[in-house]
Ligand binder design. Sequence first.
Ligand SMILES: C[S@@+](CC[C@H](N)C(=O)[O-])C[C@H]1O[C@@H](n2cnc3c(N)ncnc32)[C@H](O)[C@@H]1O
Length: 342
Amino acid sequence: MPAALHRPEPVLRHRAEPVDRNVPKAQAAAWLCAGRSLLVTDRFATGLDMLTELRVLLEDPGEDAGYVKKRTFREAFQAASKRLLAPVVGRKVALPDAPRAGFLAELYPDHADFALPVEDAKVLSSAWDWYEQGVYFPVLGYRVHPFYGTYIPARMEHLELFGTWLAKYQGRRERAIDVGTGSGVLALQMAKAGFARVLATDINPNAIESVARQLRRLPKAPPIELEHADLLGTDRGPLDLIVSNPPWMKGDVGRTLDLAMYFQDGFFERFYDQALQRLAPGGRVVFVFSNIIELSQPDVPHPIQTELDRGRFRLVEKLTRRVKPLRRRTREKVEVWELAVV
Ligand SMILES: C[S@@+](CC[C@H](N)C(=O)[O-])C[C@H]1O[C@@H](n2cnc3c(N)ncnc32)[C@H](O)[C@@H]1O
């Protein structure tokens, strides 16, 4: 395992006070907010109940709340929940009802006994379930098994729209790149569509690990070359297609997975500068995007339209498609933007 993989920080020394189901949950939540560290000693469910109570105490605004409210809650929850620990012995959560988290064995070769925040143990265990079961991608016709800490899409419409665009693509299929490959789905789509070489980069090392493992699972490894790198990575020759499903909104990045959701100042500017240097004559830049930025961040300059207005690229085609709401009715649409150099 490359040492650089992201993992929840193991707590090697602590002075947490033991707690069990006899401690009232609301009391435990209040202690966590007040800065006290607690170690769950009886059952994993006790820890989960205390986290539920903490959410109530911190007034979880729910998924449909605005960015700022959600962010404020999340920061407060993360800070307090980090203080609720579960014991790990022999790389297993040492509570009788703890769910299996195989990643413990993989991610902590350097420590066997330590403590982990209950919340992190929970995330590791559900990540393990996703990894073992895999996520079926109709655009690929098989399951992808995302490694811990790798972005996995919540919906499929944007991938189908990219598939529609790809099916009509008439250009060269020598060399393409998937910038910010995540679980690798766009790179795998391009390999399936007959590209001779597909490069795939991601700034998150866990994503690169995820795709490397996925390639080993496939009966015939597609011609995908991986690089843990910022944006387009190393220059390996002119690119016929530069494809990216970039973060769709502007925002702060705290956890690794935030890099999948939020871009920061300079992200797109650097992307376009690199694309201009690396695109083969007649090549295309293709963004898989969404109108969510117009709906929820109308004051943020549109990162694709702004570049088009600058005049270095022209819009060849834009496909849009409505999405099925994940929770409530939505005006959200997914988009594929095809750009060519002027
Ligand atoms: C919205 S996700 C898309 C993942 C995948 N391509 C897909 O369609 O499901 C964006 C990805 O870009 C990666 N990313 C963010 N900033 C990056 C950067 N500066 N360079 C390379 N990858 C980056 C994130 O780690 C994440 O995996």
